[in-house]
Design a binder for this molecule. Sequence first.
Ligand code: AVI
Length: 320
Amino acid sequence: PESNSLANTANSVRTTPPHIIRELENGLLADAAHTSPKYFYDAVGSVLFEAICVLPEYYPTRTEAEIFTQHMADMARVIGIGGSLIDLGAGNCAKAARLFPVLHPDQYVPIDISVSHLQDAVRRLQQRFPHIEMTALGLDLAQDWKLPVEVRRDKRLFFYPGSSIGNFEPEEALAFLCHLRAACDNDAGILIGVDLIKDKTLLDAAYDDKLGVTAAFNLNLLRHINHLLHADFDISQWQHEAFFNTEKFRIEMHLRARENIHVTWPGGQRNFIKGEHIHTENSYKYSIQGFNALLADAGFSHSCHWTDKNEWFAVIHAKA
Ligand code: AVI
């Protein structure tokens, strides 16, 4: 609509970096409004995501954990021991820590967007595993990133659990895998969690749980945007929507306007008509064959996978 505008009031929001303000405004003012899923994860959003992971409907976390429990010894046989374990989006480092007693890494490199989030977890882990050299890194994996020289080159294993790769668009996922491949020498590999295509009813329920935790997670985005942009979104005017798009093989999450809404922030405004939506997340689901093709396109070979009895989720290892 013509009334939606972006006035020239640079610096009106002082605490948020200008590139973030620009990214949010561009998304909110686009004809089909959208935001990046990275804005889900403020303090409340991160706690809500932890709650999602233990919901009965949200099968990925516990299914992936079962696969690791059941196939850990075989994974160690395929991957080998020692080398550098590089944990992409490490969080509390708990998933990687379960690999230490079997993969015996010489070095552990947890990476997360904020290094301060890693510090406590790394301190505790270092006490339990004093012989593993630990180097925590603060990097935004959605941007162009480079490993510093402290990260050893021999036998790197990039660990990317949780099916976070699904939150990239397929071409971004390929670019991300190519980026990893470029950081791999011949003896390197990746170990990645991939959520598989399955029945729509199961997928829809996993992203629209009965308790409304995923709805709260989605709506909390508006609170976070209010904070970042000094905007005036009223959460009660919006409704959570999530469904599996069977043509695009992805869960789509949206926030739908329950009524005509006028939103303002310093320097901008937008009208949303009733029923209009903001597209907040895609979560792509793959077939094993489809993901292997992506890995091959990125230059990986010899892939090997482990799955659960229902074939809902896969852990895939590929060599450089
Ligand atoms: C982090 N990521 C893998 C989750 C997913 O399943 O795509 C984020 C999520 N969104 C809603 N529920 C969980």
